[in-house]
Design a protein around this ligand. Sequence first.
Ligand code: PAF
Length: 285
Amino acid sequence: MEILITSHHIADLKTHLTQLKNKGLKIGFVPTMGALHAGHISLVDRAKKDCDTVVVSIFVNPTQFNNASDLASYPRQEEKDIQTLKENGCDIVFLPSAEEIYPPGYDSITIDLDPIENTMEGAHRPGHFNGVVNVVSRLFKIIGPHIAYFGRKDFQQVAVIKEMVKQLQFDIKIATVETKRDPNGLAMSSRNLRLSEQQKEEATILSQVLKKGKSWANTYSPYQTREKMKTYLSESSLELEYLQIVHPEDLTDLNQYWVEGATACIAAFCGDVRLIDNMELVEYT
Ligand code: PAF
């Protein structure tokens, strides 16, 4: 096993990856912002199954935070993350500095993400997806993987990345991996590190209401299901930011009719920690 750590050396990483690609090896890439948990490791595991070499990047991307205190309080645990990746068979860890990713005078890109971006995370975190597109497109250009892996927990992010790949014509396959949950149902997230034990218990209401929504979807319309879910959540200590039931591809709201892949997405505050979760309410046949 080999670990390559390059804080400031995109060029070294590229040379190394070119050698591997010239040998015909398949490269899998897992972009992360660190504070790794079992959800990230499930992406690494999947990449290991599909590919010969697995690259993980750890970079807390400043351009995707629209709130300075959220960026400042984002958990950072680099040494621990590197150890976790070593133990889980990752081949290469890429730890770029902000200057390396965004050199002085860098050109940022803007792509038209309508209607995918104008709702949910995009509506509540202005500029967030522009930051995601900028960092992921840069990482894709540096690493040039065959397959890149994203967690379904960031449902809207996956839709944005797929659209970006289409528009910028990246020859990269996007693989989505199911959300990992704690035994009590709480979706794993680096932000959970900021929750107290009691808050972790309170936050399980999110997966509970999503499961309820899935059963209500058998009887009620999307609109009625959404209203019932909101009422259920209003009795909890969490403060709801949005709860939407959306089309799986263009993310427009569903009201009257169900479609296969219809997904409920929630963002809510548990204390000052903002959590998101989602669930497919209507399965594909
Ligand atoms: O999902 C994340 O952790 C981030 O948005 C990503 C894809 C690593 C880009 O910074």
